[in-house]
Design a protein around this ligand. Structure first.
Ligand SMILES: Cc1cc2nc3c(=O)[nH]c(=O)nc-3n(C[C@H](O)[C@H](O)[C@H](O)COP(=O)(O)OP(=O)(O)OC[C@H]3O[C@@H](n4cnc5c(N)ncnc54)[C@H](O)[C@@H]3O)c2cc1C
Length: 308
């Protein structure tokens, strides 16, 4: 891929094991990956997901304002330590770090940790990237609040922008527990929210860095246009496009060909442990409004064109 100027993000995507030994194993794997990718021009990012480093229930309790028992507090301290170790290793090796976002009812605990890390390691430039899921209607306000705090404290904000991969689960839980659905009412609203946040970040690029993680052509075009209009370097290191390996190669390789920074997220791990990841992708790929339908249309159009 790098011969075609596409970078790789090695993503150890094991999910669902909720034991200390497993969290430590994921930490070791992540740290060894940071060593492995260090100084490889083709791999400028390390990545992990919050629940790879700690039990979901701890994040949930903190997010929902519940207090932790003494033992749980100790367990949480170890989660914080794992985040810190990875962030520090990235900072020392000048490698950027992407941290995924997950379900809304655990996310605030992760957001708070990420803010602390940004404050510590994003003083001169962005090393630490958190994630905004723009199917959530509260994220622009959250970003504006964070921006204010970042200005006051003198740190920069790194964000991976995605639409979000847990929509059905989110809606079901909101209905079941009778709280306001955190997800935008329609696909159009999600699309608008994504583009609004992208524009906000771009307008404030002096304080921020963007990793635009999407298979949506319109959003990708929008960032390309913003970059071109502002006459910024296409390969400015604050501006990244990202797609998942195996999806939307038409977008990835065209962006790379035109000189934009683009990376493929490459999930890996023992097949049984990456099943939850694979299932999310399979669900996403059957969504009518999603990218796969658009991609299939493009392929059949091209097949017809070649026959003619
Ligand atoms: C590099 C990369 C990293 C990623 N990291 C994460 C991550 O950390 N956390 C995470 O949650 N996801 C992550 N994703 C997945 C992402 O959130 C999306 O599920 C996926 O990319 C599909 O969205 P899209 O922007 O490509 O565009 P599209 O295919 O245009 O949009 C599909 C998305 O729109 C939204 N949507 C669909 N229907 C509706 C509706 N009726 N109402 C409201 N919204 C709707 C959903 O979010 C759906 O996934 C990542 C994706 C990429 C490419």
């Amino acid at each position: 891929m790098h011969e075609k100027k596409v970078c790789s993000v090695l993503d150890y995507s094991v999910e669902g094991k909720e034991e200390e030994a497993q969290f430590d194993a994921v930490l070791d794997k992540t740290l060894s990956l940071i060593d492995f990718v260090n100084e490889k021009e083709s791999m400028p990012f390390a990545v992990f997901k919050p629940t790879g480093f700690g039990r979901f229930e701890l994040y949930r309790k903190l997010t929902e304002g519940e207090s932790l028992s003494e033992d749980e507090q100790k367990e949480w301290d170890r989660v914080v330590e794992r985040f810190e170790k990875v962030a520090k290793a990235c900072y020392e090796k000048n490698e950027c770090l992407l941290v995924d976002a997950e379900e809304s009812w655990m996310q605030k605990a992760a957001d708070d940790l990420m803010e602390d890390l940004m404050e510590k390691y994003n003083k001169e430039k962005v090393i630490i990237f958190s994630t905004l899921q723009l199917y959530r209607h509260d994220r622009l306000d959250y970003l504006k609040g964070l921006h204010e705090r970042a200005r006051k404290k003198g740190f920069k904000i790194g964000m991976k922008l995605v639409r979000g991969a847990y929509m059905e689960k989110e809606r079901e839980r909101a209905e079941e527990k009778n709280y306001l659905d955190p997800i935008c009412a329609s696909k159009e609203e999600t699309d608008k929210n994504f583009d609004d946040v992208l524009k906000y970040m771009f307008e404030n690029i002096e304080d921020m860095a963007i990793f635009c993680g999407t298979h949506n052509e319109e959003s990708s075009y929008l960032l390309m246009e913003l970059i071109e209009k502002a006459k910024m370097d296409k390969n400015d290191n604050r501006l990244w496009f990202g797609q998942l390996y195996g999806m939307s190669d038409n977008i990835t390789f065209n962006l790379a060909d035109q000189g934009f920074n683009v990376a493929k997220d490459l999930p890996f791990g023992p097949v049984k442990d990456v099943m939850p990841y694979l299932i999310r992708r399979a669900e996403e790929n059957t969504s009518v409004a999603g990218q796969t339908n658009r991609e299939l249309n493009l392929i059949s159009k091209e097949k017809k064109r070649r026959k003619l």
